[in-house]
Ligand binder design. Structure first.
Ligand SMILES: [Zn+2]
Length: 324
């Protein structure tokens, strides 16, 4: 009897059989939940382009964090919304900056929850760029000093992981040296190693109020057309001491996630960004797609591509669905 064709359906016959041979499994341990923390009191603003995502002041965090912890989510990443901005982003590294204050509150109330601090200047600069600006140019090296200062102040406030997102050259070295010099040798760096200049960030800029006031970020963020360049960026960050590598965005960049996974042994983090979230939410609200099925499929695809962790605004929903 010859075997004329393969019977792939043998392994798909039942739910239990499919579970037995499933290659990729999504877990609540994979998720990092991003939050927008606003200075002031009584703030609870839903981001209009991101239904279900809120800007919250510290006095409104309890309910949110009780929920996050009860769902089993292990880590959050914080973005700050300061009341005042200036040309050097003072709010980013101020001892009483919004991320520093929120970190202190969270670590006091929920000591086991891992707090990741986004380390950048763009939410705190009046021009909205990720560094120091002179004559319309974003200066690389002077920006590094401020980024290192920001990281140290976040570590002082209790942040467990520093996540620099600015894409200046040498930012990992600068931050590593800054942290080490201040005694924070054990604080890991989760580097936005591969960050594309992407239209998928649109809703985030509304949420974080960080739209550049002139020009764009194409001189420091990567061209979406480039794949090999991602390897150069990731390699440089590994050499500089990054402990995690982030690829951002995720959905249109699954090939890059796979490349980074194949090339490096560090944990790979996919950032499922705001625009990817908003598209699904909009379609789901219109009844055009099955939100639960789409979200779980999308997150699974990021893991299948090679991500160990996923930063996602869907984290709470996905955690709930996975526990059903
Ligand atoms: Zn930035």
């Amino acid at each position: 009897m010859t075997n004329e064709f393969a019977r792939h359906r043998r392994l798909r016959q039942s739910a239990n059989m499919r579970a037995l041979v499933r290659e990729t499994v999504l877990s609540v341990n994979d998720f990092i939940y991003p939050l927008f923390i606003a200075e002031g009191e009584g703030v609870r603003n839903e981001v209009s382009s991101m239904p279900g995502v809120f800007q919250l002041s510290i006095d409104n965090l309890k309910e949110e964090f009780d929920e996050i912890v009860s769902l089993g989510i292990k880590a959050v990443i914080l973005f700050g919304l300061p009341v005042e901005k200036d040309d050097v982003g003072t709010g980013a590294y101020h001892n009483h900056g919004i991320v520093q204050e929120a970190t202190r509150y969270i670590k006091e109330q929920y000591p086991d929850l891992l707090v990741i601090a986004d380390t950048c200047l763009c939410e705190y600069t009046d021009h909205g760029h990720c560094g120091v600006v002179e004559d319309g140019n974003v200066l690389n090296d002077p920006s590094l000093e401020l980024l290192a200062k920001t990281a140290v102040s976040q570590a002082e406030a209790g942040a467990d992981i520093i996540a620099p997102s600015n894409m200046m050259d040498g930012f990992v070295t600068a931050i590593r040296q800054g942290l080490d010099a201040a005694g924070y040798t054990e604080i890991p760096i989760m580097s936005y190693a591969v960050k594309y200049s992407s239209a998928f960030y649109g809703p985030f800029r509304e949420a974080a109020d960080s739209t550049p006031q002139f020009g764009d970020r194409k001189t420091y963020q990567m061209d979406p057309a480039n794949r090999r360049e991602a390897m150069r960026e990731a390699e440089a960050d590994m050499e500089q001491g990054a402990d995690f590598l982030i690829v951002k965005p995720a959905l249109s960049y699954l090939d890059i996630i796979r490349d980074v996974r194949n090339e490096f042994d560090a944990p790979v983090v996919a950032y499922n960004v705001s625009g990817e979230y908003s598209m699904v939410k909009a379609a789901a609200l219109n009844g055009w797609v099955d939100e639960k099925a789409i979200v779980l499929e999308k997150l699974t695809s990021m893991k299948r591509a090679g991500a160990d962790l996923i930063m996602t605004y869907h984290a709470k929903d996905a955690a709930r669905w996975l526990s059903e």
